[in-house]
Ligand binder design. Structure first.
Ligand code: GUN
Length: 294
């Protein structure tokens, strides 16, 4: 039977540490870190994430500067708001919740954020720094979801060196930065994606399997090597019929009931990666604040 990795608990430990650190930082600088949270429009999933991020930030003592903007805002107007926040002293981190409406070029927006205030680590300079640096350095602004995954792997107290890691998904938010992080831990990394041939067979060779595909329960038990560690990044809403009634359920990219019979450790959905993403956002904001005083 596999160990269920408790993302909620690990995230809470990280938040407790940050809360204490922010009290000390406030004593020293008479200021707390500030996070600007920008949401454009009302995509339901984004509203859930933004609410959870805001709540957690306030819990650890981070000031939240909230910008909930109309979905018809122009790209130019959004850029002006970000430029203002770039120069605002009480803002140390800027988060633009993705996806943005189709009329806005996401990369233009991410490029506009001051890289020193890039709470998501999505600015090209931070993407480059992540790629170039030899270690997963304490001062880097690292994309939150993959960094949260790495944190969970490290909580298992296993030697990552030389392990076969397979990342399914090549997004800028998860897959690519996840691969960079694992490479720096000296894993042998394979990035699989929608055009990969014989995906089950590739997954079968993974000591560490990271599923970030966005397809409900695509990873089945027989894709998983006996004893592998499985990190499930997927958050998919599916509908189930229970006693003739339709119910909504959140599931990952991995079939959890099958996966837990094969893996030595596995993350649940919900309660796995999700809380870690938020904790790492708070970590980035605190790092950006501290970098300010260097
Ligand atoms: N949308 C999905 N994941 C993320 C994330 O980590 N950050 C932002 N800003 N948007 C997202």
């Amino acid at each position: 039977m596999s160990k269920i990795i408790d993302g909620k608990l690990i995230a809470q430990n990280l938040k407790d540490r940050l809360k204490k650190e922010i009290i000390e930082l406030n004593k020293k600088h008479n200021q707390v870190p500030g996070l600007a949270v920008i949401q454009v429009g009302n995509v339901a999933a984004s509203s859930v994430y933004v609410k959870a991020k805001t709540k957690s930030a306030l819990e650890v003592g981070i000031e939240v500067i909230d910008h909930h903007l109309d979905e018809n805002i122009s790209e130019k107007e959004l850029i002006e708001i970000i430029k203002k926040l770039n120069n605002q002293d009480n803002v140390n981190g800027i988060l633009v919740q993705l996806p943005l409406p189709n009329h806005i070029n996401e990369q233009f927006i991410l490029d506009t954020i001051n890289p020193n205030k890039d709470a998501d680590g999505f600015h090209p300079l931070n993407v480059g720094n992540l790629s170039i640096s030899a270690t997963n350095d304490e001062n880097l602004l690292i994309p939150c979801t993959p960094y949260g995954c790495l944190h969970m792997l490290k909580s298992l107290d296993i030697d990552l060196k030389g392990k076969n890691a397979v990342v399914i998904g090549r997004s800028n938010i998860v897959g690519k930065p996840m691969a960079q992080l694992l490479l720096k831990e000296s894993c042998t990394v394979t990035i699989a994606h929608s055009k990969t041939r014989d995906l089950p067979n590739i997954c079968n060779k993974a000591d560490i399997l990271i599923a970030a595909v966005g397809k409900a329960e695509i990873v089945r038990g027989d894709w998983i090597k006996e004893g592998a560690i499985v990190i499930d990044v997927g958050i998919n809403r599916i509908q189930l019929k229970v006693n003739g009634e339709t119910k909504n359920k959140l599931v990952g990219d991995v079939n959890f009931d099958e996966g837990k019979l094969k893996a030595s450790a596995i993350t649940p959905v919900p309660g796995g990666v999700g809380p870690m993403t938020i904790a790492c956002l708070l970590r980035n904001t605190t790092i950006a604040f501290k970098n300010n005083f260097k």
